[in-house]
Design a protein around this ligand. Structure first.
Ligand code: GLC
Length: 663
C-alpha cells in the first residue's frame, strides 16, 4: 500500500513514474513536529536504506544528509557522499518504507540526537512524501521500486571485469594494459579511459598527441575483445575556439549567475562553464555530443564530477587572492589568522555559497542551483542515457555516473566514487550494495583495490573476492598511487584464478541481476531480509545474500586466515581455489570459523538451491554457457531459473528468457 502526501509546492524530480493519488490528513507511522517528521524507534528496529553513504547496512546511530558531494575522504564522520538517495525502510516493531522526494537537502537523523528517535527534515520544507506500508522488507522494496521504475540494464559484456587508472596517458599505455592481461591469461572486457584521453580535459575531444590513432585503437581493442570506456566530465572548458564551449555560449545553455552571465568554475581543465543539465534543450544538446565518441566505435561511458564538483568559482578565487594580499601585509600570522588563512584556501572547493550563486532554467522556471542541487548528476546521466538510446536504439550501452538521485537509476548505474586502498573500505563496499539496491541502483560497484592510497597484493586479492559478486567490477586507482592492475603483483595465478571465477559465475550473476532488474527485486540482500525472525541474522553487517542461492562472507582484515561466518540455517560451504571448487562441506546453523586463503573465495549455498557455473573465457563473449557445472546443495529435481538473452537488445522481459535447469 503506497500513500503520497505533498508539502508546499515542491519542484518535480521525475523520480517517481507511477504516482498514487495525493492524500491529505494523517501520515501513517510518522508524526509531524514542526518542520520535522518523527518516528519513535524501538530497540529492535533496523533502519535500512539511504543508498550511497558511509557506515552500516543498519543506518541507526548517525546523521545523514542528502547533498551530492565531491568528497574523496569516505571516513566515518561524513554525512554525505556523491548520491542523494532519500529512501529508508524501517523494519522491526512495524515495517514501512519512506521516500522523501525533493531535489534539495534532506537530513535523516537516525538515532543520532536521540538513539530512539528517527527525525527527517527537509531544508526547503517542500517535498512529496511516499509511505509504503505493510509486508516484508522485500515486498516494501518491490513496491517502492515499482514506483520509481525499472533499473538500468547494461549490456552483458559490462558484467565482465574492467581495468581503469587515472591515467593511461597514451594509446600505447592502453595497449600495454591489454597486453598485460592477455599475456597473463587474465580475462578482461573493458579498459576505462580517464581524463587524459581528452585534449586538455575538454569533453568530446581527443588528445591527438597521445592518442593519434584513437579510432584504430578502439577497433584494435575490440578485436581483442576489449571495449574502451571514456570518461565525460560535468564541466565544459571555457575556451575560445572550442566548439562545445562556443556552441553552449551561443545557445545560452550554460548555468548563469545572478546577473545572467555564465557562471565560471574551476575543474580539471581550469575555468569551465556548467551545462544546464536541467534545461531540457541544453540536456539534449549535451547528450547529443556523446555521438562524437559513439561515431568512433565507443559503446560505454562514465560520467564524472557531476555533483557538480567545483574546485573554485572564479569570483571566490578572486576574493581569496585579494585576502591573501591582506595576509601578506601582516608579517606575523598569529594562531587565529593562520588557521583562518588556511581554512580560506582549503574552503575554496565546493563552497556552499557557490552552490547558491548560479541558476538553472528548469521546466520554464529560473531556479537557484541549491534548490535542485541533487539533480545535476541525475540529469546529466539522463541526458546521456536518452541520447544513447537515440543513437543506438537497438543495442544497450554502458553508462554510469558518480553523482545521482533516485530516478537516475533508470538511465545508468553508479560507481561508489573515490574510496581508498583501505581494508575498511572493502567492508564499506559490501554495506553499500544492498542499500543502493533498495534505491534502484543495481549496476554498481566500488573501485576495486581502492582509488586513493597504495594498494597491496593481499588487499586487492581480498577485495576482488568481493568484487567478483558486484555487477560493476572495475579496478581503478588514482594518479600517483602504486600500480594495481591484476598483473602488477607477484601472485599472478591468484589474480587469474579469482577473475576467472567471476567469469564462471556469470550465468548466475547475470540471471540474478536480470531477475532483480525486471522484477523490481534485490540483487544483494541483507540477511535480515531473508531471515527476519533471526535476531542474529538481522544484525549481521558483513555478509550478504547474492541472488537466491548464495550467501557471501568476504574476508576484509589484513593477515586474517579466514573469518567467522554466521549461518542462519544449514548451508553448504563451497570453497574455490581460484576458479575451481576445492572443498564442499555442509555446515550447521550457527557461527563457524571458516579458513579462506588469499587465492580463495567462499560461497554458502542454501538448501535446495543451485549455482550454475560456466567455463571462463578471455571475456564475456568467450565464456561458454553451453555446458554448465552445477554447484548445489540440493537433491535431484531441484531447479534454477537461468535468464538467457542475446545480451544486447534493449527489449527485455522475463517471459521467454527464463529457462529452468534441473539437478
Ligand atoms: C575523480 C573521479 C576519479 C577520476 C578522477 C580523474 O576524482 O572520481 O574516478 O579518476 O576524477 O578524472
Amino acid at each position: 500500500m503506497k500513500k503520497r502526501f505533498r508539502f508546499g509546492n515542491p519542484l518535480e524530480t521525475d523520480a517517481v513514474q507511477e504516482k498514487p493519488p495525493l492524500r491529505e490528513g494523517e501520515i501513517p507511522f510518522l508524526t509531524q513536529e514542526g518542520k520535522e517528521l518523527h518516528y519513535a524507534l524501538s530497540p529492535s528496529d533496523i533502519v535500512y536504506g539511504l543508498g550511497e553513504n558511509v557506515r552500516g547496512i543498519n543506518k541507526r546511530g548517525w546523521i545523514y544528509v542528502s547533498d551530492c558531494s565531491d568528497d574523496p575522504n569516505h571516513t566515518e564522520e561524513k554525512h554525505s557522499l556523491y548520491g542523494a538517495h532519500n529512501f529508508i525502510l524501517v523494519s522491526g516493531r512495524e515495517q514501512f518504507g519512506v521516500f522523501v522526494d525533493t531535489p534539495g537537502k534532506v537530513t535523516f537523523d537516525i538515532g543520532y540526537t536521540s538513539y530512539s528517535s528517527l527525525r527527517i527534515s527537509v531544508e526547503e520544507g517542500e517535498y512529496e512524501l511516499y509511505v509504503i506500508e505493510g509486508g516484508s522488507p522485500d515486498e516494501i522494496v518491490s513496491e517502492f521500486r515499482g514506483l520509481i521504475g525499472r533499473s538500468y540494464i547494461p549490456p552483458k559484456w559490462a558484467f565482465g571485469y574492467g581495468q581503469c587508472r587515472w591515467s593511461y596517458l597514451t594509446a600505447d599505455e592502453v595497449r600495454e594494459v591489454a597486453k598485460g592481461y592477455r599475456e597473463n591469461g587474465i580475462p578482461l572486457d573493458m579498459i576505462y579511459l580517464d581524463i587524459d584521453y581528452m585534449e586538455r580535459y575538454k569533453d568530446f575531444t581527443i588528445d591527438r598527441g597521445s592518442f593519434p590513432d584513437f579510432e584504430e585503437l578502439v577497433q584494435e581493442m575490440k578485436a581483442q575483445g576489449i571495449r574502451l570506456i571514456p570518461i565525460i566530465d560535468g564541466g565544459v572548458k571555457a575556451e575560445e575556439g572550442y566548439d562545445v564551449y562556443e556552441e553552449g555560449m551561443e545557445k545560452g545553455f550554460f548555468c548563469k549567475d545572478e546577473d545572467g552571465r555564465e557562471f565560471v568554475v574551476g575543474v580539471w581543465p581550469g575555468k569551465c562553464c556548467l551545462p544546464d543539465m536541467l534545461n531540457e534543450e541544453a540536456g539534449r544538446w549535451f547528450g547529443d555530443k556523446y555521438k562524437f565518441l559513439t561515431d568512433k566505435g565507443i559503446e560505454g561511458f562514465w560520467n564524472d564530477m557531476n555533483e557538480p564538483a567545483i574546485f573554485y568559482s572564479e569570483k571566490r578565487l578572486r576574493d581569496v587572492f585579494e585576502k591573501i594580499e591582506d595576509y601578506r601585509q601582516q608579517e606575523n600570522l598569529d594562531i587565529n589568522s593562520f588557521f583562518a588563512f588556511k581554512g580560506m584556501v582549503a574552503g575554496l572547493s565546493n563552497h556552499p555559497e557557490d552552490y547558491k550563486s548560479f541558476y538553472h532554467k528548469y521546466r520554464g522556471q529560473r531556479v537557484r542551483h541549491d534548490r535542485v542541487h541533487n539533480l545535476f548528476g541525475y540529469y546529466m546521466t539522463r541526458s546521456a542515457g536518452e541520447a544513447l538510446e537515440r543513437l543506438s536504439p537497438d543495442r544497450r550501452m554502458l553508462l554510469f555516473s558518480r553523482a545521482s538521485y533516485i530516478g537516475m537509476h533508470r538511465y545508468g548505474g553508479i560507481w561508489m566514487g573515490d574510496n581508498q586502498s583501505w581494508w575498511s573500505h572493502i567492508l564499506m563496499n559490501l554495506k553499500m550494495l544492498p542499500s543502493l539496491n533498495m534505491c534502484g541502483f543495481l549496476y554498481t560497484g566500488a573501485d576495486l583495490g581502492g582509488f586513493g592510497s597504495d594498494a597491496t597484493e593481499d588487499l586487492l586479492l581480498r577485495w576482488l573476492a568481493l568484487g567478483i559478486f558486484t555487477p560493476l567490477m572495475r579496478n581503478h586507482s588514482a594518479m600517483g598511487t602504486r600500480r594495481q592492475e591484476a598483473y602488477a603483483f607477484e601472485e599472478k595465478e591468484s589474480f587469474r584464478g579469482l577473475i576467472r571465477l567471476r567469469y564462471r559465475l556469470l550465468p548466475y550473476l547475470y540471471s540474478e541481476f536480470m531477475k532483480a532488474a525486471l522484477g523490481n527485486t534485490m540483487y544483494a540482500r541483507p540477511l535480515g531480509f531473508v531471515w527476519g525472525g533471526d535476531e542474529i541474522a538481522r544484525h549481521v553487517e558483513d555478509q550478504l545474500m547474492i541472488g537466491e542461492s548464495i550467501m557471501i562472507a568476504p574476508v576484509y582484515e589484513q593477515n586474517a586466515i579466514g573469518r567467522t561466518v554466521y549461518l542462519p540455517e544449514e548451508m553448504k560451504m563451497v570453497k574455490f581455489a581460484g576458479e575451481a571448487v576445492c572443498e564442499e562441506k555442509i555446515l550447521s546453523k550457527g557461527h563457524h570459523f571458516v579458513e579462506v586463503g588469499l587465492k580463495e573465495a567462499v560461497v554458502f549455498v542454501r538448501k535446495g538451491r543451485l549455482l550454475p557455473l560456466a567455463a571462463a573465457g578471455k571475456n564475456v563473449e568467450d565464456t561458454d554457457w553451453g555446458k554448465l557445472e552445477l554447484v548445489h546443495f540440493g537433491v535431484p529435481g531441484d531447479s534454477y531459473e537461468l535468464y538467457e538473452d542475446d545480451g544486447f537488445s534493449r527489449e527485455m522481459c522475463l517471459e521467454g528468457h527464463v529457462r529452468e535447469i534441473n539437478l
